[in-house]
Design a protein around this ligand. Structure first.
Ligand code: UFG
Length: 346
């Protein structure tokens, strides 16, 4: 007997696809909906290779209430939703805010309305450490004050958190776990799935692996004059498989009725702050491949430093990030090499 069906929105995306694999490993039956706006259908092949069987998938846009409703009519007995489907580029959100408000807010509202209609009680939501902005005190705990968002993307994450809190207050049958991700990096150790950036990467890790592969000439390190030990920005880089496993734990918690409140929030990070220059050095050490880089001006909107206090997640969820930074960076590199073989690299 399986543990039940989990609807995974955005299940062909970066974090969604890794979570689908971990859900299969844990005995759940994930069913994926995705509009492929920022992912590739080939991801389903990678998932199948890892898990040994195909996963149900339908091309559905969560903004489309009617399609979503028809889909849920067909799939009864969904025990929970893992909601990943959202737009996630900070820069794009500044240039196209309405796209972000429409995609990220409307999708969540549609899901919540339909959860009530179809009596689906549990949802895990992908939030972000972006909600903290530049915190005054580090590391950040779940109680750290929320600062005004610095981008429309960040606003959507804050608004979605508020929507979930209000919905859970009004409907005590609804259980929601909000997971605030720090910086997810790396790929599945099999190199069958990983991050698939569209065009020139915005994020550090895909830019590093593409530079190491010779696709990009050099990496720009955005600023070396921050108030940090080596002058470059500090983040908390969390392995994507470790992150995916936290979703399984969160879903188990709600499905088994172990949650202490009907809305709970957890930081998902390693608890370690690592600078951009340290990431480059560790990548070179782990892979033996050089990453040419230059120091460039600061990037607008970047915060100086942030890392997580993960003690609440460690204690309450019994979850901890386990993979070393070296192994995570090596997995990202192996995935980059696999992409070249599959001809999917940029
Ligand atoms: N960086 C570089 N060069 C690059 C790319 C990034 O030096 O080419 C630096 C950035 O300045 C930053 C660090 O690498 O210091 C990490 O940058 P990312 O773009 O990889 O990640 P961010 O921390 O800016 O953003 C991530 C997610 C967002 C989320 C945010 C929360 O991509 O979705 O964390 O802080 F909102």
């Amino acid at each position: 007997m399986g543990k039940g069906k989990i609807l995974v929105t955005g299940g062909t995306g970066y974090i969604g696809s890794h979570t689908v694999v971990e859900l299969c490993n844990a005995g759940y039956e994930p069913i994926i909906i995705d509009n492929l706006s920022n992912s590739n259908i080939n991801v389903l092949e990678g998932i199948k290779t890892i898990t040994g069987h195909p996963v149900t998938y339908e091309n559905i846009d969560c903004k489309d209430y009617n399609s979503l409703e028809r889909f849920l009519e067909k799939h009864s007995e969904i025990v929970a939703i893992a909601h990943f489907a959202a737009s996630k580029s900070v820069g794009e959100s500044v240039n196209n805010p309405l796209l972000y408000y429409r995609n990220n807010i409307l999708s969540l509202i549609n899901l919540l309305q339909l959860m009530a209609k179809f009596n689906i009680k549990n949802i895990v939501f992908s939030s972000s450490c972006t909600v903290y902005g530049q915190a005054d005190v580090l590391p950040v705990t779940e109680q750290t004050p929320i600062k005004p968002a610095s981008s429309p993307y960040g606003s959507t994450k804050q608004m979605c958190e508020t929507i979930l809190q209000d919905a859970a207050f009004a409907n005590k049958d609804l259980n929601a776990i909000l997971l605030r991700y720090f910086n997810p990096i790396g790929a599945h150790p099999s190199a069958e799935i990983g991050e698939l950036p569209n065009g020139i990467p915005n994020n550090l890790l895909p830019y590093i692996t593409q530079t190491a592969a010779g696709i990009r000439k050099e990496l720009s390190v955005f600023g070396d004059d921050y108030n940090t030990p080596d002058g470059s920005c500090i983040r908390d880089y969390i392995n994507v498989v470790d992150l995916a496993k936290a979703h399984v734990v969160a879903l188990n918690r709600m499905v088994e009725g172990q949650n202490k409140k009907n809305i709970e929030i957890f930081n998902l990070g390693t608890g370690e702050g690592v600078s951009v220059l340290e990431i480059i050095r560790t990548f070179e050490k782990a892979t033996g491949v050089k990453v040419p880089y230059k120091i460039a001006p600061r990037r607008a909107g970047d915060i100086e430093k942030v890392w997580a206090d993960t003690s609440y997640a460690n204690k309450e969820l019994g979850w901890k990030a386990e993979t070393s930074l070296e192994d995570t960076l090596l997995s990202a590199w192996n995935w980059q090499k696999k992409l070249a073989e599959k001809n999917l690299g940029n």
